[in-house]
Design a protein around this ligand. Structure first.
Ligand code: F0G
Length: 468
């Protein structure tokens, strides 16, 4: 028998390198103050290891770069569009493929065509832009993640599942006619990058069919979700990620997608739809209406705001992301960071998610109340100490002022350490773990923050803070 090696290595070698920048503590303190303690407002050159997001930050493969040279920049009917369309159809099985410049453009077009004031859109957890685009239409974005997903330390294989009883109750309460679509986010980003089981996707599909509801996947991290199903759900161990993905998509009527995640591209996205199986004004000519809107704001339907070479990069990326070597490395290397932090006694959302580790800042810093933003304070401390940029997913992102000086506390205060795809090596991650252990030892000295300026929507991107 050949030896079975336990070490999971990066399934690539490096052809191009990009230097990263070392800074001093004093420099970081100065630029933090200048940025109003908002890490979105830093210059990236002042960041050593950037774990702000996994969106558009991945490294492309040699095949993707080669594909870009094939890019056909024709305005209409470009070859690159047909390659892109074929890749999307092959994986999702959906009829209409509408390219967009990124995921939120697909959301805006879909919600613009479907949502009216007073409507309710259920989801396991809406991510920030999804929620904002629904609320912008005057509709309500309702989070119905199952109970397991609300307890950070609880170990459960599918903490991204939606609560089916709560979904049924929502349909009873508001009426199917006021629910333009039901969404499921795979994996559940705002809830810790946790997967949704095939059984849950199937059950949502059945519920939607029973009530004539349109079912749309927010599929940004579909390949990671497929890998978790392969590892954790009975009956899927022998199926390929591609077969699993195909089955997941098959239960829904369409998807919105940010190709900046599991498209392994630096920009791009799409809306993919089957013809809605339901009658009624709301669904009449839905794909065509979306394409009309696309022309108005994004571009002709064969490029949708992207260059031909972007479409090529996505077409290749969508296939590469389903390679088993890649997914095994991807999910294992994220868990590696989670395991190190757990061993050091740092509370994280358990089990580790697909694209990120989420530190439970509310548990780690009990001396900082939610209205002093413990997760933001922790992210700031991590930058100051080690030059690492993480992102707050908590009170700043989802909390809302209810009266002058008052805020409803949100469900969780998390710091997301988001791992860009194919970018950092194991020693980078060892450094991150060491830095967090160091911050954890002196955590009692971390102080809360107060907001001195905020925008009316999506405040986390631009708010300015000062120490409380
Ligand atoms: N849906 C989910 C679940 C997301 O995570 C994102 C983006 C989007 C939709 C929107 O896609 O950025 O291409 O417009 N999430 C990034 C993040 C920004 O950092 O998690 P987009």
């Amino acid at each position: 028998m050949p030896h079975e090696f336990k070490t999971i290595i990066e399934p690539f070698k490096i052809k191009t390198v990009e230097p990263i920048h070392f800074t001093t503590y004093e420099h970081r303190r100065a630029v933090l103050e200048e940025a109003g303690y908002n890490l979105f407002l830093l210059h990236a050159d002042d960041v050593l290891i950037d774990l702000l997001t996994d969106s558009g930050t991945g490294a492309m493969s040699s095949e993707q770069w080669a594909g870009m040279m094939r890019g056909d920049e024709s305005y209409a009917g470009a070859r690159s569009f047909y390659r892109f369309e074929e890749a999307v159809q092959e994986i999702t099985g959906y009829t209409h493929v509408i390219p967009t410049h990124q995921g939120r453009a697909a959301e805006r077009i879909l919600f613009g065509a479907l949502c009216r004031p007073g409507d309710v859109v259920p989801n396991n957890n809406h991510f920030d832009t999804t929620r904002a685009n629904i609320e912008y239409r005057g509709a309500e974005a309702r989070d119905l993640v199952a109970d397991a997903g609300r307890h950070p330390q609880l170990i459960h294989p599918f903490k991204g599942n939606i609560d089916l009883d709560a979904l049924e109750a929502t349909v009873d309460e508001v009426g199917a006619e006021n629910i333009p679509l039901v969404m499921l986010t795979i994996t559940n980003n705002a809830g810790g990058g946790q997967p949704v089981s095939m059984a849950n996707i199937r059950a949502v599909s059945e519920l939607c069919k029973r009530h004539n509801l349109l079912f749309i996947l927010d599929a940004c991290r579909f390949a990671e979700n497929a890998w978790f199903i392969k590892q954790r759900e009975q009956g899927y161990a022998d199926m390929t990620p591609r077969e699993i993905a195909h089955e997941m998509f098959g239960y829904a009527d369409g998807c919105t997608m940010s190709a900046k995640k599991d498209g392994l591209a630096n920009i791009g996205g799409f809306l993919a739809l089957n013809d809605p199986p339901y009658d009624g004004q709301r669904y009449l000519d839905l794909p065509q209406r979306c394409k009309n809107q696309l022309i108005l704001t994004e571009g002709f339907p064969t490029y949708g705001g992207l260059a031909g070479y972007d479409l090529e990069a996505i077409a290749v990326g969508l296939r590469e992301v389903l390679h088993e070597d890649y997914l095994r490395y991807r999910i294992r290397s994220t868990a590696y960071l989670g395991d190190k932090l757990t061993a050091a006694g740092v509370p994280i959302v358990q089990p580790p998610g697909g694209h990120a580790i989420y530190i439970d800042a509310r548990s780690m810093l009990p001396h900082i109340p939610p209205h002093e933003y413990p997760a933001q304070a922790l992210a700031v401390a991590l930058y100051l100490e080690a030059g690492i940029r993480a992102v707050e997913i908590g009170q700043v992102m989802f909390g809302r002022p209810v009266a002058a000086g008052f805020e409803e506390p949100g469900p969780l205060d998390l710091v997301r350490l988001t791992i860009p795809r194919r970018v950092y090596t194991q020693s980078h991650i060892d450094y991150v773990a060491e830095a967090i252990e160091h911050v954890n030892i002196a955590k009692d000295r971390i102080r809360g923050l107060r907001i001195v300026w905020q925008a009316p929507a999506l405040r986390h991107f631009s708010a300015r803070f000062e120490p409380a």
